[in-house]
Design a protein around this ligand. Structure first.
Ligand code: SF4
Length: 290
């Protein structure tokens, strides 16, 4: 729970604030950019919410914050609404789970709700409210893990829902007791809607998942940068090989998608043509940042 005694002086006056336990994960800034921004390597409130819609977005960021670093001086009804709102629909049957975990450094996770069995992509915090809501949506049949950094409470979800966890051998899947281990670099059709695409680089065993040739779940491989204004890869947070990151990003030109839903960094949504252009910008940018 955020503490008013730890309130950062960089916040503007008003109800919402960020305290000094912020780990600078960026979540609140892409979820509610009208309220939160970066200031001295942490988040701060730069505008208090002016409308109910902005208050709800700020409340959703408060719920998603992995370290409970966002607080309010006085409770507002939007916080209860936000707590109950996750998983929150993005489009079609794809949801953002909210409730980010500090064990994944605040990475986002997603749920695909399908008649053939729901798919959880990376692990959110094992929070009671979220688990209940996922259960109401049909539970979890398969858990796809993009890479070793974003696994958080995977074991608790596996225990609760009896789901099959899928992870790459290059990120220690066997030692972690995963039910299905992916080897090598060939893309795999998990079923007629879902593809697994190994993309070594950020880590040796990083993978992205493509759903219905439309939604690309990218972990820490690819995200949208609000600062650069295009898709980018994490040059400063590359734990295995930048050369491999570049090669793996180029591989994605063979696929069609129009949503990029990352672990860290902002999501992207646009037309298929815009997504293709964005990938081109990213590849050019990576070449300039070799
Ligand atoms: S979501 Fe929380 S930890 Fe992440 S940047 Fe915002 S205040 Fe900091």
């Amino acid at each position: 729970m955020a503490s008013i005694t730890k309130r950062r002086r960089e916040n503007v006056e008003g109800n919402f604030y960020v305290d000094d336990t912020c780990i600078d994960c960026d979540t609140c800034r892409w979820m509610a950019p009208e309220t939160f921004h970066e200031d001295h390597d942490m988040s701060a409130v730069h505008h208090q919410p002016r409308t109910r819609e902005e208050a709800l977005s700020a409340a959703e960021a408060l719920v998603a914050c992995p370290t409970a670093s966002i607080g309010v001086r006085e409770k507002i009804p939007e916080i209860a609404e936000a707590s109950a709102s996750f998983p929150k629909l993005i489009a079609d049957n794809v949801y953002h789970c909210g409730y980010h975990s500090e064990d994944s450094f605040g990475a986002a996770s997603y749920l695909i709700v399908r008649e053939s069995g729901n798919v959880l992509i990376d692990s959110p915090r094992f929070a009671g409210r979220l688990v209940t809501n996922i259960e109401k949506l049909g539970g979890v049949r398969t858990m796809l893990l993009t890479h070793k950094d974003d696994v958080a409470d995977h074991a608790k979800y596996a225990n609760k829902f009896g789901c099959e966890r899928v992870m790459h051998a290059g990120d220690g899947a066997r030692a972690r007791g995963m039910e299905r281990v992916i080897d090598g670099e060939d893309a795999i059709e998990l079923d007629d809607e879902l593809k697994i695409i190994p993309v070594p680089g950020h880590t040796r065993g990083s993978m992205v998942f493509l759903y219905k040739d439309e939604f690309l779940f990218t972990g820490d491989h690819l995200a949208f940068s609000r600062r650069l204004g295009h898709l980018y890869a994490f040059r400063g947070a590359c734990w295995y090989s930048w050369t491999e990151v570049k090669r793996s990003v180029r591989k994605l030109a063979d696929y069609r998608f129009r949503y990029v839903l990352p672990g860290h960094g902002a999501p992207f949504r646009g037309s298929f043509e815009e997504a293709e252009k964005q990938l081109g910008f990213c590849i050019e940018w990576m070449e300039r940042n070799s």
